[in-house]
Design a protein around this ligand. Structure first.
Ligand code: G6P
Length: 456
């Protein structure tokens, strides 16, 4: 085989690197900042797709990790990633906001790509190793590894919500998916409600309790690298960037921001509709208020994402047409990705962050915002349907479907008493600091060690 063997192996759809002009570069992102330190600490391996098609890259070392690329063809990317992952499982796990599509050819591709990831993990794992599998792209992998390697510990973490019984029951391959997950020693979810849904599905659809199968189901809310965000917030360059943003946005009295992947689960349209009505009612003054919305391009090979982009951009255009004056936009919209520094600068510049997800595993933007704003006040408007709402209960909590309630919440956030705002923000920042991403990884791996003691 020739593959080096490791005592710790992380498995995720993407490697923590991108290839640009033939050179590997670290790719930023929540999962990378969460898992890379653990891989490094154990001189471990990371199994994942390199982001290019039909390449057969050999394993290589990068930044203290051994990276094991899994190859995908362009057709597999369409049927496995865009198809089964993002047009079947994603909407199924996010409350059917758009209708999931069920295609047998996509399912076959998902199964065979999962088998390839499982084999790469099996080959990279030393006897008695710990293998940590991540997210909905790889739900069959735990059972596939288990079939070949009874000696290893297997953890699975689901980064997105787990659907209630009557929704997961739609999936023609629900039993295979549940059995795939149950191959793990520990399955972690973001919220208690997700763990409850999973247990219920296993009991009703397979007639089995996970615990009976020696599978521990737990809740481990993911978090952020607090030190990284704090360092950015204290950086003079980032603070200068924040001042420039605010000035370039016309120095409004109230700067409201949104920062999301352009995904229908984020409720971007819902916040735009509420904002438009507040301007209409005169409860927000178009001359003194500005909304800056960053929309990070995402999954544009999937039709629902292209349609959403059209609708968001049409709506932004309409609101600007109605309420902007020459030389002064009421909404500043950008469809680009952005660096951590730019994001933190925007958090520092802002008065209010709107997180109006219709369904969201956690929402790390909310956690970054409160961390950056410790000691600075401001307000977080947070959907009750985001996992973060369980911990950030000092936010202005909203149901984004309730237009009247959302408008009231935005208006309330814009007029919070400064002292009250600061107290709430600091309490939320302290919660995030106490349960940061390192705490998340430690808690999960601790339970994995307890659930599956090392073989003797
Ligand atoms: C969610 C998923 C991640 C995924 C990310 C970005 O947070 O849980 O696994 O990587 O979205 O989506 P993308 O399709 O661009 O990887």
């Amino acid at each position: 085989m020739g593959t080096e063997r490791h005592a710790f192996v992380a498995v995720a759809n993407r490697l923590p690197v991108d290839r640009s002009d033939g050179v590997w570069e670290a790719s930023p992102g929540g999962l990378v900042s969460a898992v890379a330190p653990v891989v490094r600490e154990h001189s471990g391996a990371w199994v994942g797709w390199a982001g290019t098609y039909d390449d057969d890259f050999a394993p290589f070392d990068f930044d203290g990790m051994s990276l094991v690329p899994v190859s995908l063809s362009a057709e597999e990317h369409r049927s496995y990633y865009e198809g089964f992952c993002n047009a079947t499982l994603w909407p199924l796990h996010h409350g059917l906001i758009v209708a999931p599509q069920y295609h047998r050819s996509w399912w076959r591709a998902y199964r065979s790509v999962n088998a390839r990831f499982a084999q790469a993990a099996v080959d990279a794992a030393a006897p008695g190793a710990t293998i940590w599998v991540h997210d909905y792209h790889l739900e069959l992998v735990p059972e596939m590894i288990r079939a070949q390697r009874p000696d290893v510990r297997i953890g699975f973490f689901e980064h997105i919500p787990f659907p209630p019984l009557e929704q997961i029951a739609q999936l023609p391959w629900r039993d295979e998916i549940l059995r795939g997950l149950l191959g793990a020693d520990v399955i972690g979810f973001q919220r208690e409600a997700d763990a409850v849904n999973f247990r219920h599905a296993a009991q009703k659809l397979l007639g089995r309790d996970p615990e009976e199968l020696n599978c521990r189901v737990g809740t481990y809310p993911i978090s952020i690298d607090v030190e990284e965000i704090r360092a950015a917030a204290e950086s003079p360059t980032v603070q200068e960037m924040a001042r420039c943003f605010r000035r370039d946005l016309g120095d409004p009295d109230t700067l409201i921001i949104g920062a999301d992947r352009l995904d229908y689960s984020k409720g971007i349209l819902h916040r735009l509709w509420a904002f438009e009505e507040l301007l209409d009612d005169g409860r927000l003054d178009a001359e003194r208020t500005c909304l800056a919305q960053i929309a990070v391009p995402s999954r544009e090979g999937v039709r629902a994402y292209r349609e959403l982009r059209d609708e968001v951009e049409h709506t932004v255009g309409r609101i600007n047409g109605r309420f902007s004056s020459l030389g002064r936009h009421v909404i500043h919209y950008s469809h680009h990705s952005y660096s951590t520094e730019a994001a933190v600068a925007l958090y520092l510049a802002a008065d209010i962050l709107l997180v109006t997800s219709l369904r969201d595993g956690m929402n790390l933007v909310a956690k970054e915002f409160v961390t950056a704003r410790r000691g600075r006040g401001g307000a977080l408007v947070l959907s009750e349907f985001a996992g973060a709402a369980d911990e950030l209960d000092q936010a202005v909590i909203v149901n984004p479907h309730d237009r009247v309630g959302l408008k009231k919440a935005i208006h309330h956030a814009a007029s919070l008493d400064e002292e009250d705002a600061r107290t709430r923000m600091d309490a939320m920042a302290d919660t995030v600091a106490a349960f940061d991403v390192h705490h998340w990884a430690r808690a999960f791996l601790h339970d994995l060690r307890e659930a599956a003691p090392a073989p003797t």
